[in-house]
Design a protein around this ligand. Structure first.
Ligand code: ZN
Length: 188
């Protein structure tokens, strides 16, 4: 297993729709093991294959409430349904998220509170996930990555402009930028 470099905003693989997985091969199994290791090292609550430079419809997730059991898994070829997003502005305290592909920053974004995700696990077994709250946010964020969408693309105009300034300052926003968890001093 290996920790993989995480691509940063501007790399084309992050901004293109990913392809469906045709067959769960050994290569896919190794990729998923590496994705778990990379996500845990970052650390992050989710990681999509395009973030490690692979344009396939796969993401991993890992989240634990203060009092709950760990919630982790991988989903391949997901489909996502969500309840309508409540109108209004997001609460910066409660509704801010970050992304390992725009590391070290957080911005408020309103998301649907409840989702249903179907797909398959690494054995090809169908999975059904129905979650709300922060787990629903993770599912929407990771699913977006498979369609080439970053959460910063969904921010209001003012926050979006801020992200562009940050990107310019750090030399992001162009192909080939990445960081390596455990080596580079960045966090999502
Ligand atoms: Zn992300």
């Amino acid at each position: 297993m290996a920790v993989l470099p995480i691509r940063i905003m501007g790399d084309p693989v992050l901004h293109s729709p990913a392809s469906a997985v045709d067959e769960i091969t050994d290569e896919v199994r190794v990729l998923v093991a590496d994705m778990f290791e990379t996500m845990d090292r970052a650390p992050g609550v989710g990681l999509a294959a395009p973030q490690v430079g692979v344009g396939l419809r796969i993401y991993t997730y890992s989240y634990q409430d203060d009092d709950g059991a760990p919630w982790r898994g991988v989903i391949i070829n997901p489909e996502l349904w969500m309840t309508p997003v409540e109108p209004g502005d997001p609460d910066p305290e409660e509704e801010s998220e970050g992304c390992l592909s725009f590391p070290g920053e957080r911005f408020p974004l309103r998301r649907s509170d409840r989702v249903r995700v179907t797909g398959m696990d690494l054995d090809g077994t169908p999975v059904l996930i129905e979650v709300d709250g922060w787990r629903a946010r993770i599912m929407q964020h990771e699913f977006d990555h498979l369609d080439g969408v970053l959460y910063i693309d969904r921010l209001n105009d003012s926050d979006w402009k801020t992200t562009q300034k940050i990107a310019r300052k750090r030399g992001w926003g162009r192909p080939g930028s990445s960081w390596l968890p455990g080596v580079d001093d960045l966090e999502g």
